[in-house]
Design a protein around this ligand. Structure first.
Ligand code: DQA
Length: 138
């Protein structure tokens, strides 16, 4: 099974960035932990701060599932929404923080209505829970 783990803007700053919201692990640490936990799965990890790079990456994907934290683009990007819908691959929307306990502009998502599931507020555990759900339901 192939799963893409995609992270949007500013998530390359994990570990340094607002740890009260996002925890103390870096993105590399999280991705390495994912790899070593689920050794039977082929992962394709991608992070970008650029909307167009994320869109182009998604267009070229050949995977069974996507676990996606669109970060700030969650709340703004019709273009990314259209990209992920264009490839017909089931995806899970993950947020480290509970966006519903934060500013009102974070309560809106351009992805949630198309996602298999939305996981928010569990920190890095959210990525693991999404993958676990894929394994148990595929
Ligand atoms: C985030 C929540 C977004 O509102 C924010 O812009 C992020 C990270 C999260 O993982 O909690 O960059 O997606």
């Amino acid at each position: 099974m192939n799963i893409a783990i995609i992270n949007g803007p500013n998530l390359n700053m994990l570990g340094k960035r607002e740890p009260e919201h996002y925890g103390s692990s870096t993105l590399d640490e999280i991705n390495n932990q994912i790899k070593s936990t689920f050794t039977d799965i082929d992962f394709n990890f991608f992070q970008s701060n650029s909307e167009s790079d994320l869109i182009n990456f998604i267009h070229d994907l050949k995977v069974d599932y996507i676990v996606f934290n669109p970060a700030a683009f969650t709340h703004t990007s019709v273009a990314l929404r259209d990209a992920i819908k264009s490839i017909n691959v089931p995806f899970y929307e993950v947020h480290l923080s509970n966006v519903h306990r934060r500013e009102p502009f974070r309560h809106q998502s351009f992805f949630s209505d198309s996602a298999v599931a939305v996981i928010c507020g569990l920190g890095k555990q959210g990525y693991f829970s999404a993958i676990q759900h894929i394994i148990e339901n595929s």
